[in-house]
Design a protein around this ligand. Sequence first.
Ligand code: PMP
Length: 363
Amino acid sequence: LDANALNFSGGPGVLPARVLEELEEAIRSAPGVGLSILGVSHRSDWFAELVDQTERDLRALLRLPESHAVLFLQGGASLQFSLVPMHLLRSKEQTAEYLRTGYWSAKSISPAHLEGQVRVLWDGEGGGFHRLPRPHELKPAADAAYLHYVSNETVEGLQFHWIPGRDDVIRVCDMSSDFLAYPFDPTRFDLIYAHAQKNLGPAGVTLVLIRRALLERAPADLPAILDYRAHLQARSIYNTPPVFAIYAVSRVLRWLIEEIGDLDRMCERNRRKAERLYSVIDRYPELYRGWAAPEDRSLMNVVFRLATPEREAEFLRQATQAGFSGLQGHRALGGIRASIYNAMTLVAVEQLAEFMEEFAAKG
Ligand code: PMP
């Protein structure tokens, strides 16, 4: 396997080999245009059709109805940390509820304080962010402006395997690190956002799926560039969008549809990958210490520690020598993180699992 296949980075991360080849070709000459994708006008009919086709593929994969709009924005998931409260917390008296389950959800909360009241419905920091809440631990209020949570905590490797919140309160979810990893009912969400650089493509574009009815209630005084409605009206071509990143997303969606099939099969493959790695961790508990509580283990980010920082450094040194990359844990946490996003193959995961077994056998 080549270096790209063994890229376990937390993101930007691995992309399907087929997509990398298509992008290489498109940089020389994009099919149907005859120009480098890097020089195609965002005002061309070709690009407008590309955006439409990408949206159609996404809707087909998710079975997303027209009740929800699809936007292709810039600014990363971090910009959404601000845009969500700017659109949905409409007065200083209203309260938004947040689940504070790890590094990224903690970051999502501060911008909300600028727009209104915030209630942290559950805070995992006391427990060191090793687990997620159980349903009975949450008492979401009926009069909250919305509930926000992160479906997959990328740093800690914690993933919700259920949907928190009430169906009669606006539900907002940052799905940046597990979007399109498994099937789910998108109509139970009022706003979903996900940046591309995990399961969707390169950095540069962020997808927002928003229930259209929410837009009618947003404040009228938002700067247009920060207003979902301006982007919707312009069909995501309000200003110059990241043409290359959107093209890459379109190729990743085609790969998912043509090579994997659908989100059920994607999930099945992701499960097999994750189970393979967690089973090694469980078999060598004296060496590998999984970070997440077993019920909350992520299918995307397998996070573990070794007994000492020296052992971790040695693990990473040997892993690098064996051709793996991106295994270093997030700077906030240390340890090891194997990110196994959609494009990571079973063969590559098998190779990492065997490496971990050999490392354990050597003692
Ligand atoms: N949310 C999650 C779940 C993430 O994993 C990240 C980054 N890895 C972010 C938000 C921040 O994303 P960005 O760098 O695109 O702003």
